[in-house]
Design a protein around this ligand. Structure first.
Ligand code: NAP
Length: 255
């Protein structure tokens, strides 16, 4: 028997203009969900939205900085009105700042925590009422292997560890109402974020990726689609008994 899913439903993917978020948005659309493609600038969402529409599915570009409460509330309301109640949320938007404890400014700390942790909280809080109404929902939060500690990225690692607490707590609070909450902790996934790290280390991107692959048990780096496959499973009806987990998508064991 196919597990029940609501008839009217949509997905919201934050930070979906590029990288992992874009791959997740395309994949959820393939699986039959209209997708709200949320990112800081609406114009940057165009490529993801066009790819989804070209594949015959529905998508909407929605501009929102996930750190801003009103912008997130507006974005969720727009998706609900234009695509249907959001019953899937993928908290993917994130930024990283490279700095050790003593070099991290308070402003950097606040901005990273605001986007990576507060953003996920705001999006979950704004979306949950739709899921509770439907008696069904899936919250998938993209954290990072950095949550286990990442010297030189203290704000990022702290925000990502906080997301695990958020994911566990939402699993406990919302589980009784048919809403699951899980996190995906990716390892090295080739995106603009990893290219920026290569540049910061003064390395050629290809060389950076080769070195990373050599240290990963499956001997390759990850692709955005690797995370999208995992997100699609956690967002599916079939994943209803998977709740409050952190799934490492890292080519090997972590932690
Ligand atoms: P990316 O290529 O930098 O893409 C992130 C997207 O999020 C960009 O479109 C970015 O917009 C958007 N964004 C940034 N701040 C935002 C905000 N305040 N509100 C809404 N959107 C915002 O990064 P990625 O590598 O795909 O990473 C996606 C997620 O995976 C992040 O949470 C990241 O921490 C996590 N992750 C990535 C890796 C990896 O190896 N790549 C590993 C572990 C975890 P702009 O381009 O305008 O900034």
């Amino acid at each position: 028997m196919t597990p029940h899913t609501p008839r009217r439903r949509s997905a919201i993917v934050t930070g979906a203009a590029r990288g992992i978020g874009a791959a997740v948005a395309r994949r959820l659309a393939q699986d039959g969900l209209p997708v709200g493609v949320v990112d800081v600038r609406e114009v940057d969402c165009a490529a993801t939205v066009e790819a989804i529409r070209a594949a015959g599915a529905r998508a909407l570009a929605v501009e929102a900085d996930v750190a801003h409460e009103a912008a997130v509330a507006d974005a969720v309301a727009r998706v609900a009105a234009e695509l249907g109640p959001p019953t899937v949320l993928v908290n993917n938007a994130g930024i990283a700042r490279a700095a050790s404890l003593v070099d991290t400014t308070t402003e950097e700390w606040d901005r990273v925590l605001a986007v990576d942790l507060r953003g996920a909280f705001l999006a979950a809080r704004a979306t949950a009422p739709h899921m509770l109404d439907a008696g069904w929902g899936r919250i998938v939060t993209v954290s990072s292997v950095s949550a286990h500690g990442d010297p030189g990225r203290v704000s990022y690692a702290s925000a990502k560890a906080g997301l695990h607490g958020l994911a566990y707590t939402l699993a406990l609070e919302l589980g009784p109402h048919g809403v699951t909450s899980n996190a995906i902790a990716p390892g090295f996934i080739a995106t603009a974020m990893t290219a920026a790290t290569a540049r910061r280390l003064g390395r050629d991107v290809a060389e950076h990726e080769r070195l990373a692959a050599a240290a990963i048990p499956v001997r390759r780096i990850g692709r955005p689609e690797d995370v999208a496959h995992a997100a699609a499973f956690l967002a599916s009806a079939e994943a209803g008994f998977v709740n409050g987990q952190v799934l490492h998508v890292a080519g090997g064991p972590v932690g």
